[in-house]
Design a protein around this ligand. Structure first.
Ligand SMILES: Cc1cc2nc3c(=O)[nH]c(=O)nc-3n(C[C@H](O)[C@H](O)[C@H](O)COP(=O)(O)O)c2cc1C
Length: 305
């Protein structure tokens, strides 16, 4: 058998295929399509302190080889999550990671404190792509000072594994990855969606109610791969790669570029079993190529060039 496991510190993952936040609900919605516990982990949809209705429609738009969304973190808030979702999630035999979001640093601190009390939650994924109200709506993750502040604040209150999810909407993502590592993150995940827009020429209106939104899917893969490669070379903590992974070959590109694990996002909208199929494809590839451990693949690109 091929070894597929990986670790973030002392947190063990049976394999390196996870689902990306916002594309897999709470996992529970996928129970009819696959055995969620086969995955290395799931990252549940973004959670906020208070319930959020999200943005008005239209908040999804298809583009050539990608998807624009402006869902706006629609979710029922932490109270609902603790009472109604967490008990079911605790039954999964895999790592459950909660993606946390806020408008103020205090929101993140409170959320991290409450998630820290939920024993079955393996890690927090800190989404720093949220608008920072104190900075006029500029995302925490696109300003070095606020990215540092929010990471430091969450690290101070959360003892579990902390994964900082990086925004690609910056000049040099390596600077932000280094900040996360310096402030005690156990891992970084990247990339979140790329800011984009689309216009309907028939109505002469923007395709999204918010005008701009987040681009995901195959269109962003080359950008994501480049960023993962850059970050993996610069950091010592494990890097989780995502962005346009639709099949096993896409995932393997990320491992070769230096990712220790991958997340599957938009692909799950097209095929709810995509994540498990990608896992199976990775295993077959390793067998075919004669590898006994996926670690042999990680960052191999840098060794053969
Ligand atoms: C509909 C939708 C909702 C998303 N919601 C979140 C979220 O709540 N938190 C977050 O960190 N990322 C969120 N993302 C970003 C994804 O987790 C992922 O970073 C991005 O889509 C790139 O991966 P992909 O191309 O495989 O989809 C969302 C993406 C989509 C398409």
């Amino acid at each position: 058998m091929v070894k597929l496991d990986f670790k973030i510190g002392d947190l063990h993952f049976k394999n390196p295929v996870l689902t990306a936040s916002g594309t897999f609900g709470y996992g529970l919605e996928f129970d009819d399509f696959l055995d969620v516990s086969r995955l290395g982990g799931i990252v549940v949809k973004g959670i906020t302190l208070e319930p959020r209705e999200g943005n008005p429609s239209p908040r999804m738009a298809e583009t050539p080889s990608g998807m624009l969304n402006a869902v706006g973190l629609q979710n029922k808030g932490i109270d609902y999550f603790e009472k109604n979702i967490y008990p079911d999630l605790a039954l999964y035999k895999t790592n459950v990671i909660v993606n946390i979001n806020g408008s103020y640093i205090d929101d993140y601190i409170t959320l991290a404190g409450r998630i820290g009390k939920l024993k079955k939650i393996s890690a927090i994924e800190l989404n720093i792509s949220c608008p920072n109200v104190r900075m006029g709506g500029m995302a925490f993750g696109t300003n070095e000072k606020s990215a540092r502040e929010v990471t430091r604040a969450v690290r101070a209150v959360y003892q579990g594994k902390l994964i900082v999810k990086l925004s690609p909407n910056v000049t040099n993502i390596v600077d932000f990855a280094r900040i996360a590592e310096e402030e005690g993150a156990d891992s970084v995940s990247l990339i979140n969606t790329l800011l984009g827009m689309s216009v309907d020429v028939k109505t002469m209106k923007p395709a999204l109610s918010t005008i701009t939104g987040g681009l995901s899917g195959p269109a962003i893969k080359p950008v994501a791969l480049r960023m993962v490669w850059q970050v993996a070379r610069a950091l010592t903590i494990p890097v989780i790669g995502m962005g346009g992974i639709m099949n096993a070959d896409d995932a393997i590109e990320f491992f070769l570029a230096g990712a220790s694990a991958v997340q599957v996002g938009t692909a799950s909208f097209i095929d709810p079993q995509a994540s498990v199929k990608i896992l199976e494809g990775i295993e077959s590839y390793l067998v075919e190529k004669g590898f006994s451990d996926i670690r042999e693949l990680i960052g191999l690109l840098n060794k053969v060039h």
